[in-house]
Write a protein that binds this ligand. Structure first.
Ligand code: NZQ
Ligand code: ZN
Length: 381
């Protein structure tokens, strides 16, 4: 075990019909007026937004609504949200939707608490304040509901960068797995890849020997794979949707890396360039990057990759385990090659330069030079 600090202040309310509790929770936090943020229409169509509005009204919480957050949320829309939050003098942001809506809610929460331009925080300036954030999740994938991250794309510069601050940890996140039953098969698959990658990044790049954390990761990966298979057979499988949802939350809430020592997030570093440049779903991009990165990297951490293959797939070599993971990505119909997502191999130098910018921001640019990133991407052709 290595020393660590674990501080996760988010209250989770998990279960059927829990969205009705949002009004009283926001009221109890002393907030009288919120910005209600949502996406492209799924929460309206399902009737969820009406139920949330009713809960807020009943609790005496006033709100102003903003919809239209896109998947892979963009700076320009977040800036609109900041202007609206200031104009309407809201005291908190409530996200109703997926990771994209919540990440943009976190961005607006930061921007509304300062006169400094929002993008400065995504390019390195420390966040020192934010309005309180609340969430009701409709898709399980990113872990944003219980973490300090927000990822935003600057459409002008094609940078998909993030902030990481305790100030944007949601105060309360409501997780009703029944709301996720309508998530279509493609996004279910991408979400599975995302949750699995969140735990494998640390697992594959850390030193060997932290067994508790290894077993936590293996348990999350096995649960996500098993429940995804069930959900793809039956989208209304309540137990599978519920276990999947909690597994995805635990996959990026700080639990699994606590005590593992140094680790890095190279697959995300490369993927964020794919979704910044081509606007593909984040999990789809990861399904392309992960097998390629693993083939490039496993020789640098052979014992841990042997464990990965043996424990997760019962296979005797790192190469066999990597192929088994890739085969499963294929089985759930996630793309595993650049071409399958319509990305030309000729763009590899452009992608590598873009990703190197994030590698610098994350302090891993020495290993991940543009040439090294290009080598990895060549394995995804
Ligand atoms: O916009 P609507 O109409 O709501 O449609 C969404 C969207 O098209 C739809 N959807 C959501 N809930 C649904 C539903 N469709 C039917 N039924 C429901 N119940 O699903 C689509 C995808 O939603 P989105 O929020 O984009 O997905 P996700 O939660 O995967 O979020 C992806 C974003 O999060 C970032 C990604 O990079 C990407 O920008 N990430 C955030 C992280 C974090 N904050 O910690 C970590 C991750 O690594 C990731 O980078
Ligand atoms: Zn991710």
């Amino acid at each position: 075990m290595y020393d660590f600090t674990f501080h996760n202040p988010t209250k989770i309310i998990f279960g059927a019909d829990t969205e009705h509790q949002i009004g009283p929770e926001i009221k109890a936090a002393g907030v009288a007026r919120v910005l209600l943020l949502s996406g492209q229409g799924s929460a309206k169509k399902s009737g969820l937004l009406d139920r949330v509005s009713a809960s807020l009204a009943k609790a005496g919480v006033a709100f102003v609504a903003l919809d239209g957050v896109v998947s892979n949320p963009v700076l320009s829309h977040a800036r609109q949200g900041v202007a609206l939050a200031k104009k309407e003098a809201v005291a908190a942001i409530l996200a109703v939707g997926g990771g994209s809506v919540l990440d943009e809610a976190k961005a607006i929460a930061v921007g509304a608490a300062t006169d400094i331009d929002l993008w400065e925080f995504y390019t390195g300036r420390e966040v020192t304040a934010a309005l309180p954030v609340f969430s009701i999740m409709t898709i399980a994938a990113t872990g944003s509901e219980m973490n300090k991250n927000s990822v935003l794309t600057n459409e002008a510069t094609k940078q998909k960068y993030n902030i990481a601050s305790i100030h944007v940890h949601p105060r309360v996140s409501i997780l009703n797995p029944v709301l996720t039953h309508t998530v279509p098969p493609d996004y279910t698959a991408y979400s599975a890849v995302d949750a699995i990658t969140h735990v494998l990044e640390g697992y594959c790049t850390k030193k060997t020997g932290t067994r508790l954390q290894d077993r936590l990761v293996e348990s999350i990966v096995k649960t996500v794979m098993e429940t995804t298979d069930r959900i793809l057979e039956n989208p209304n499988h309540a137990e599978a949707r519920a276990s999947f949802m909690w597994a995805a939350t635990l996959a990026l809430n700080g639990l699994t890396p606590a005590g593992i020592g140094p680790y890095s997030f190279p697959n995300h570093m490369i993927e964020h360039s794919l979704s910044a440049l081509y606007n593909i779903p984040h999990g789809a991009g990861l399904a392309i990057v992960v097998p390629a990165w693993m083939r490039w990297y496993h020789g640098k951490n052979p014992e841990q990759f042997l464990r990965f293959s043996q424990e997760l797939f019962g296979l005797p070599t790192p190469e066999a385990g990597i192929k088994a993971l890739e085969d499963w990505f294929r089985q759930i119909k996630a793309p595993v090659r650049l071409g399958e997502a319509g990305i030309p191999a000729g763009d590899i130098p452009l992608i590598s330069e873009n990703a190197h910018g994030l590698a610098r921001q994350w302090g891993i640019a020495d290993l991940y030079t543009p040439a090294a990133i290009a080598e990895i991407l060549q394995l995804a052709i």
